[in-house]
Design a protein around this ligand. Structure first.
Ligand SMILES: NC(=O)c1ccc[n+]([C@@H]2O[C@H](COP(=O)([O-])OP(=O)(O)OC[C@H]3O[C@@H](n4cnc5c(N)ncnc54)[C@H](O)[C@@H]3O)[C@@H](O)[C@H]2O)c1
Ligand SMILES: [Zn+2]
Length: 341
């Protein structure tokens, strides 16, 4: 079934199309595809033969200024102009990097997000945030650059490793926990393959609502999507991004933040047990020995972008299916929650 979602933003609107990628890619002319070798090894045949293609090494290390320059040099060498279209064909790394190249090359050319991981389909391809990393931190150089179109084909998920798939499922669980009780309830049982298209669609609807209400992350609505991420990002940071996949870190983070919410009497008692059990059902980690490094984690959390002058902020559950942003949470409360996980 072909479906569409429209996203409005300050300069206009774009369509998120749920369709076979063959259909989306067929009509393209003057197209420049940026992908990674892993995606290309499975799905290169989807790229029209008339298109120019640049294959990058897979992995977060590629989301750098060096590769941004290489993409722009390639576009220049191959004669890309403002009437060309760049296609970001890959996971969140390719989406963020190529989306930033599209913002910068010739001060901006059109681009399409064609996300190939579950995480990129339910999260990173929607909302226009693009960036590269610096050695000092993730996403430190970037822009808000809405795409001209997002093309989601859930068939592409079939070639993901189980570990990558589960990592994306952590974001799906997150949408259920913070915004959608029926979705959370469905995730109490192992997921049936044939439910994936509807579930991806639902998550994109929820992300659309948040980004339309808070395009530039100024009023706290987008920050609410960060449930599990204050602790999760800290876990990723203290392990140098080499230990956890993003979804694994936020799964542990969601358990910790559910406990924190219970301790602060914002989250009803027993909710953290439900969160833990759903994440376990979806094959995700729900505890980690690394939580014992609580002082290091706390220091990392103070650098979180939701923190204001060292005061910690969390998106906390008000129920399964509801959440709110809570600022000024005390350090001792956080430490105590980390120890209880
Ligand atoms: N812009 C945003 O709003 C936003 C939101 C969340 C995350 N992100 C960013 O997204 C990035 C993580 O994205 P990701 O998890 O998609 O990682 P990724 O792009 O590194 O993809 C994960 C791995 O899966 C492989 N892969 C991709 N599609 C595949 C497919 N269909 N079949 C087989 N293998 C495939 C890739 O080659 C890679 O090795 C991070 O850099 C993060 O900062 C951005
Ligand atoms: Zn996330």
């Amino acid at each position: 079934v072909h479906r569409e979602i429209e996203v409005s933003h300050r300069q206009g609107r774009y369509t998120i199309a749920f369709d076979r990628l063959e259909n989306t890619f067929q009509g393209l002319s003057d197209a420049f595809f940026v992908t990674d070798t892993q995606v290309a090894s499975h799905w290169r045949s989807l790229i029209p033969s008339s298109a120019k293609v640049l294959e990058l090494p897979p992995g977060e290390q590629t989301k750098s200024l060096i590769w941004l320059e290489r993409i722009c040099s390639w576009l220049a060498d191959e004669g890309a102009t403002r009437s060309s279209v760049l296609v970001a064909f890959g996971g969140g790394v390719i989406g963020d990097l190529a989306g930033f190249a599209a913002a910068a090359y010739m001060r901006g050319i059109p681009y399409i997000q064609a996300p190939t991981t579950l995480l990129a389909q339910v999260d990173s391809s929607v909302g226009g945030k693009v960036a590269v990393d610096l050695p000092q931190g993730k996403n430190l150089i970037g822009a808000f650059n809405p795409p001209d179109r997002v093309a989601i084909d859930t068939q592409l998920i079939s070639t993901l490793s189980l570990r990558q798939f589960r990592s994306g499922m952590a974001e799906v669980c997150k949408y259920g926990f913070i915004l959608d009780r029926p979705l959370a309830d469905e995730l109490r049982s192992p997921l049936k393959q044939n439910r994936i298209p509807d579930i991806v669609f639902r998550c994109v609807e929820l992300k659309k609502e948040a980004v339309e209400a808070d395009e530039f992350e100024t009023n706290g609505i987008r920050a609410k999507l960060n449930f599990g991420h204050t602790v999760g990002h800290a876990l990723e940071q203290i392990t140098g991004y080499g230990h956890f996949l993003h979804g694994e870190a936020i799964a542990v983070g969601m358990v910790a933040e559910a406990i924190l919410g219970e301790d602060l009497e914002i989250t009803p008692p027993g909710t953290s047990e439900t969160v833990r059990s759903i994440l376990e059902t979806q094959g995700l980690p729900v505890r980690s020995d690394l939580l014992a490094r609580s002082e290091e984690l706390l220091a990392a959390m103070k650098r979180d972008k939701k923190a204001k002058r060292g005061a910690l902020a969390f998106s906390l559950l008000t129920e399964i299916g509801g959440c709110k942003l809570v600022e000024g949470v005390g350090e001792s409360q956080v430490l105590s929650a980390l120890h209880k996980v």
